[in-house]
Design a protein around this ligand. Structure first.
Ligand SMILES: [Zn+2]
Length: 328
């Protein structure tokens, strides 16, 4: 009601009040319209000498009530309400660029066109951050889901003209073989043709590289197998000068629910018990190590620390904003 009144007032539809009150609010120019939108989605910080840029591909209303496994709709609603969030709060699609001196590395590629208009902002964010997609030397994919690999192709063209795309061998073997489609739930079946299509041009150009568990990727960047969400879901640990950042892909989707209750999973998980075990393992290691964590689906920039609260519960502590390079 109040909003409607204010809008009417802006449009001049409400009868003017006493002359004195009206004068007090008059300006020399017409009312400035609201602009809307946000700043380009990038955020920068350093891990040792490595420059990390968080990139926002897009946001979309996340159907947490429909996809949570191991928590009732009431429990999910309650946890979100306590966090001042509606049930269909905006989910993030984050990706991360790491400038490692000699190589420009992208970790995950966003959704590209595969999420309709809700993704596809990655290219804009890369350019706003001072780089171009052609600058990227390596793309490391945490897993071959649409919102992590979809952005390898944008508007029908491979976006990263000079990059090698790295995927865990187990992950590629699963999603690039359509015979496995029969083994997954209906939510996951469309992922097979979608990801095969975006990976194909890189495969054809001999720019798809498969790595084995525990492989040495680049000095300072180590993969950790964290299966469950997908068979070959892999996370990446960046380390330099005593600092560590874990790029953990889809370890947490619904932050207000899964940090205090890591046993809650989502229907997009390939194997729920294995996903829960991997989540607990990563939460434990990140909390114990004091590591920074970079999450694909945590509120932008999706970077923070984990605090162990005891009894298998955890808390998410977002990073403090800084304009200074040497911020710890
Ligand atoms: Zn995801």
């Amino acid at each position: 009601m109040r909003r409607r009144f204010l809008l009417a007032a802006v449009l001049g539809l409400v009868a003017a009040g006493p002359a004195q009150a009206q004068d007090a609010h008059q300006t020399a120019h017409p009312a400035t319209p609201q602009v809307g939108g946000q700043a380009p989605g990038y955020y920068r910080l350093f891990v040792g000498r490595f420059e990390v840029t968080a990139l926002l591909d897009g946001t979309h209303p996340f159907p947490s009530d429909k996809v949570a496994v191991g928590a009732s709709v009431d429990e999910v609603t309650g946890a979100l309400k306590a966090a001042f969030l509606p049930l269909r709060y905006e989910g993030m699609i984050n990706a991360f660029l790491v400038n490692m001196d000699r190589r420009l590395v992208l970790i995950d590629a966003g959704a590209g066109n595969l999420y309709g208009t809700e993704g596809g902002g990655l290219k804009r964010a890369i350019i706003a951050a001072g780089y171009t997609p052609e600058d990227v030397d390596d793309v490391f994919i945490t897993h071959l889901h649409e919102d992590h690999a979809g952005g390898l192709v944008l508007d029908g063209k491979p976006l990263f003209a000079n990059a090698v795309v790295h995927v865990a061998r187990k992950e590629a073997a699963f999603w690039l073989d359509s015979r496995n489609q029969a083994s997954v739930n209906d939510l996951l079946k469309p992922f097979f043709p979608a990801v095969q299509k975006v990976v194909a041009p890189y495969q054809k150009a001999d720019r798809l590289a498969l790595f084995d568990e525990g492989a040495a990727l680049l000095p300072g960047l180590t993969p950790i197998a964290a299966p469950g969400h997908t068979p070959g879901h892999s996370v990446y640990l960046l380390q330099d000068a005593g600092q560590s950042m874990l790029f953990w892909g889809d370890t947490v989707h619904i932050a207000p629910v899964q940090f205090p209750h890591p046993e809650v999973s989502i229907r997009y998980d390939w194997n729920v018990p294995i996903a829960v075990a991997s989540r607990r393992m990563l939460l434990d290691r990140a909390a114990a190590g004091g590591w920074l964590v970079a999450g694909a689906h945590i509120s932008f920039p999706g970077i923070g620390h984990i605090r162990a609260e005891g009894k298998g519960r955890y808390e998410w502590l977002p990073v403090n904003y800084t304009l200074n390079r040497d911020h710890p």
